[in-house]
Design a protein around this ligand. Structure first.
Ligand SMILES: *Cc1c(COP(=O)(O)O)cnc(C)c1O
Length: 394
């Protein structure tokens, strides 16, 4: 007898972690559509729709906007492989886990990586970062706009201005901001940005949206050395996705269907509406956390609205709380890591979950799990979250 396998039956989780996040039901439907070839004119229509809607989400008019095959890290590697040349100076503003990852990619690319450091959970003062850039005079500056390991949002207008003053290009990691918060690429002056599909865009993992300014594209066309990574070479990909439509690799067709549907959901809701919905969910969650007597790790005004990092109360074990929450409600939140291990929860409230009903359910579940672990909540988190929503509507 040959072995038998059970039918595929994944558990139904409510994904309140940093990602992957809840996939919109419409996106699942889109993924069941017939696969066409990667050179079919229909596929390129899908690609064009994605490019156009991605520009809106990024806040850019960049012609060169596309989705790389691969996850967010492939987007990061695309930015580094194409724009950080071996031997060049690469300044990284380092205040979290993903800043470390892009630094490591820079080193592997043979760049001279110079870092300005900040504690995990703090944003850079733009003037301080700008002064560092003027003193170092790098070829490229990299920073993380939405640091998922800490919950910090990094503003960047003065940082980009300083980089441009010294002739440097700016790379921004917009993985957890795209689709949930204003990225404002052009208004900030960011030259190259990347993201992923499984966080703010409510799609499964597998594609990495990337956008490049005309100035950075011109720099790339004039680059004398060949990027070491063939697969991520944007000049080759430009021949596939634009112009000649020459075969490069077989694009993951179904993932492009998913991305198009995810972006269409955003388009129909309206991007500003969607940002407001995420902000309201974030504010209600924070109100709930603070009413219970807990603290947010990141200062008000520097927080992501997509990913929250409440501090784990004194004497409470974060893993036990998370396990209880999952067992009782199927809600998954994550813990901190690196310097924040055991110190914060990481709670993503994105896409279909960023609604009053879901936020209230989350706060209620968390409140119960914390109480069962012995935490004496000061006040009712649920009541405070409800009041915050009532204030938004009023
Ligand atoms: C998730 C994430 C990445 C990496 O994306 P993967 O899809 O896991 O490869 C990079 N940067 C940030 C800020 C992220 O949150």
């Amino acid at each position: 007898m040959s072995k038998t396998y059970a039918p595929l039956n994944p558990p139904r989780r409510l994904l309140y972690g940093p990602g992957p996040t809840m996939v919109d039901p419409r996106v699942y439907q889109a993924m069941t559509k017939t696969v066409v070839s990667h050179l079919d004119p229909y596929f390129f229509e899908v690609v064009e729709d994605c490019r156009e809607m991605l520009r809106t989400a990024f806040g850019t008019t960049n012609e060169f906007t596309l989705a790389m095959s691969g996850t967010g890290s492939a987007g990061m590697q695309t930015a580094v492989a194409n724009f950080v040349e071996p031997g060049s100076k690469f300044v990284v503003l380092a205040n979290g886990f993903f800043c470390d990852r892009i630094s490591e990619m820079g080193r592997r690319q043979g760049a001279n990586v110079v870092r300005l450091e900040k504690a995990w959970g703090e944003a850079f003062d733009e003037a301080e970062a700008a002064a560092f850039i003027r003193a170092e005079r790098p070829s490229v500056v990299g920073f993380v706009q939405a640091e998922t390991s800490t919950g910090v949002f990094q503003t960047s207008k003065a940082i980009c201005a300083a980089a441009h003053e010294v002739g440097a290009l700016v790379i921004a990691d917009c993985v957890t901001s795209l689709g949930t918060m204003p990225v404002e690429l052009d208004a900030n002056g960011i030259d190259i940005a990347y993201s992923c599909t499984q966080k703010g865009l409510s799609c499964p993992p597998g594609l990495a949206p990337v956008t490049v300014s005309p100035k950075a594209m011109e720099w790339l066309r004039n680059r004398k050395t060949t990027p070491a990574d063939w697969y991520l070479d944007l000049k080759l990909l430009a021949d596939y996705y634009e112009g000649a439509r020459r075969y490069h690799h077989t694009a993951p067709i179904s993932l492009f269907y998913a991305l198009r549907e995810g972006l269409l959901c955003i388009h129909e809701e309206g991007i500003e509406q969607r940002w407001a919905r995420h902000k309201a969910a974030h504010e209600a969650f924070v109100a709930g956390i603070e009413a219970m007597g807990m603290e947010m790790h990141v200062k008000a005004g520097q927080r992501l609205t997509s990913l929250n990092t409440p501090r784990v109360p004194e004497g409470i074990e974060d893993l036990k709380v998370r396990k209880r929450l999952l067992a009782a409600t199927d809600m998954e939140i994550l813990g901190g890591f690196g310097p924040l291990a055991g110190k914060v929860f990481r709670v993503g409230i994105m896409g279909p979950l960023a609604t009053e009903e879901n936020v209230i359910a989350l706060v209620a579940g968390l409140e119960t799990a914390l109480r069962e672990e012995g935490f004496a909540a000061k006040g009712s988190g649920v009541e405070a979250a409800k009041a915050a929503y009532a204030a938004v509507v009023a």
